[in-house]
Design a protein around this ligand. Structure first.
Ligand code: PGA
Length: 235
């Protein structure tokens, strides 16, 4: 028991997250560090493919990533908060406010896409493929932040994690398009290797993160409502 308490007083936590989780993980981590002072934390942010490499190399204690990789028996994946993808346009885009936009309509739109290795990219391309629509890819960009600015620059539309536009959702510059099949519903998982016992700190953080899920869901609902308001869509 004493050793346990010491573990929480002085431990170390290495967290690896996909870029979409950068919009959530630091706040959970901050609250965690406030509760458990004295813990050394590191946060490594990469796209899905690079995160899978970190998982294989056991670089971090815990990972926040999607579910649909074939992890096999060596990996535990605990379902975590939703990570929906929404189609985002600049608020003066002609499709803003139109209800039920068919996927085929997007064939004529410039699409901004993340880099190869990105989970968001694969989810978006998969949705286009299933809809039988060839996307017109205008640019490939290495981060959601760059894509957001490219949208504001009028370079095109893009499917982004709702988390990544949460802070700007009520600001009036971004709108959500009511496209068939969107939002694409996905969720994060907190993932760790079974081959090594989780440290007390990592277990404690896992429980702490899971407990924050209702707040994260509420923030998402609020962001979606704000975007729909900006877009003139019914709540
Ligand atoms: P990523 O994030 O695009 O940075 O790999 C993955 C995801 O949210 O699926």
């Amino acid at each position: 028991k004493l050793a346990d308490l010491k573990g929480l007083r002085r431990g170390r936590l290495r967290l690896g997250v996909m870029t979409t989780a950068t919009y959530v993980a630091p706040e959970i981590l901050g609250a965690f560090c406030q509760r458990y002072t004295g813990i050394d934390v590191s946060l490594n942010v990469t796209n899905r493919d690079q995160l899978l490499e970190r998982l294989c190399a056991q670089d971090d204690d815990l990972y926040v990533m999607g579910q649909h990789h074939d992890f096999g028996q060596e990996v535990e994946a605990v379902p975590f908060a939703p990570n929906p993808l929404v189609m985002i346009a600049r608020s003066d885009h002609p499709l803003v406010g139109q209800p039920g936009i068919p996927m085929s309509r997007l064939a004529d739109e410039d699409l901004l896409l993340r880099e190869p290795g990105s989970g968001v990219r694969d989810a978006v391309l998969g949705h286009f493929a299933r809809s039988g629509v060839e996307p017109r890819v205008r640019m490939q960009l290495g981060s959601s932040e760059t894509i957001k600015h490219a949208i504001l620059g009028g370079l095109g539309i893009s499917a982004l994690s709702l988390h990544s536009v949460r802070l700007e959702s009520g600001g009036g510059r971004f709108a959500v398009l009511d496209v068939e099949g969107f939002p694409i519903r996905r969720r994060w998982h907190i993932v760790y290797s079974r081959s090594r016992e989780l440290s007390l700190v990592a277990r404690t953080f896992l429980d702490f993160a899971i407990a924050s899920e209702p707040d994260i869901r509420a923030q998402l609902d609020e962001a979606m409502a704000a975007l729909r308001r900006v877009s003139g869509l019914p709540a």
